[in-house]
Write a protein that binds this ligand. Sequence first.
Ligand code: F6P
Length: 524
Amino acid sequence: MWNDLKRKAAAVADRTILDVFDDTRADDFAVQTQHMRFDYSKTNIDAETRDMLLALAEAAGVAARRDAMFAGAKINETEGRAVLHTALRNLDGDPVVVDGTDVMPGVLETLARMDAYAAEVRGSDFTDVVNIGIGGSDLGPAMAVQALSPYHDGPRCHFVSNVDGAHIADTLRGLDARTTLVIVASKTFTTIETMTNARTARAWMQDHGGDPTAQFAALSTNLEKTSDFGIPAARVFGFEDWVGGRYSMWGPIGLSLMLAVGPDGFRAFLRGGQDMDTHFRVADGTENMPMMLALVGLWHRQVLGHATRAVLPYDQRLGQLPAYFQQLEMESNGKSVTMDGGTVPVESGPVVWGAPGTNGQHAFYQLIHQGTSVIPCEFMVACEGHEPELRHHHDLLVANCLAQSEALMRGRSLEEARAKISDRFDGAELERQAAHRVFAGNRPSTTLIYPKLDPFTLGQIVALYEHRVFVEGVILGINSYDQWGVELGKELATTLQPIVEGTAPADEKDGSTQALVRYLHAHR
Ligand code: F6P
């Protein structure tokens, strides 16, 4: 089927996106729900291509796999675990059974404990919260706290992730240890960066008049380790191993978000995710937003071979969304081995990157428009902002977003470029100057447009992308829920630590590493 798609791509290679536009394409190649609209009409996908992509999904058994995931089957086969982040936002509590036990009473009980604790902290003298975590225990809540800043009425939230001492030093400087709550967020409670930062924060609190026994909370699956660290059970919010790190912001790992926006705001975020779950489960093929987002992604990466995709939110508060999606997509689908141990027959997931518009326009869009590689762009924009008094800013923002996708699709021909500057140049100089002003165009993009970036909508966006990753992973035949690729570096760092410290010889390391260590020791 991949080969059929590649043949189809070759057959339409000379056709432009503009060629496929007709009066109905904008609606035919968009998915609109009650809450948002996903437009993929500015791609080279036609009805036949879409049918072929949908057939690919059908052949891969996406629907059955989806149902298995929601039902608590152990679809994370390499780790023998269920994949149930969706249970964390299953606010109605419909039973979800894992190993014969309904997990929902436990999920709802933990959520109620979080509610109560958040109310207590928000009503106390705590002025600041420091969330110490990394990867999935950092990127989600950090992204969401920034995204929902108009709803932030709790203590200030700070996020420390990097083991680079600069991160914690810069964060703690200026904080009052007596009014700061430290949350240690780690699914495993063994991650070296997080535990190193947690110990540093504990020492800082002790040295500056705070009380770590009362001012530390933990979010983890490892209750033995949280207890060893000295955090009382009352301030430990546990979850199960069926929540993957990069999918964990819906549960205890989202505590900092709940402290920021309050239990009601957090529940609105969960409801947004839950609503997207329902949509994903019931909407038919072309009406299914995660499905179509995934198929567009596969068309661009695996069929057309575009190596990267840009996530471009025209929403300043989604500034950390590209980094969040980087982990979500690249840690999930950056794999070359299929579930049964074979080799993935096509390219793995793309490099995901991006930054908010309009800033990116003044930095890297040059390459997107005129570079030699095609970079499919995923634009996002809200119909309205949170600053009604600055409506003219928002109009300008939206105009720029729409202008970019139009420019990418249309481009500018040599003739148009000549016409633009013919009053200033002529002859050979006109030709030379005009060549630089040509835009090839025919560059694909999608646009997700939503009413306003409120908690519900953020929940929708995050769940939409989670399910997109799921669909892409199933079609690639990989396990999107493990991350063996991060292990080797961790292991080697452990062997290198004493070498760096100077307590072990570097002899067994390669020549480059030995030379770098020599330089390091000579310069400190
Ligand atoms: O090293 C990768 C990883 O395991 C991520 O998958 C995870 O989100 C992150 O580390 C943090 O892990 P933990 O929450 O266990 O500290």
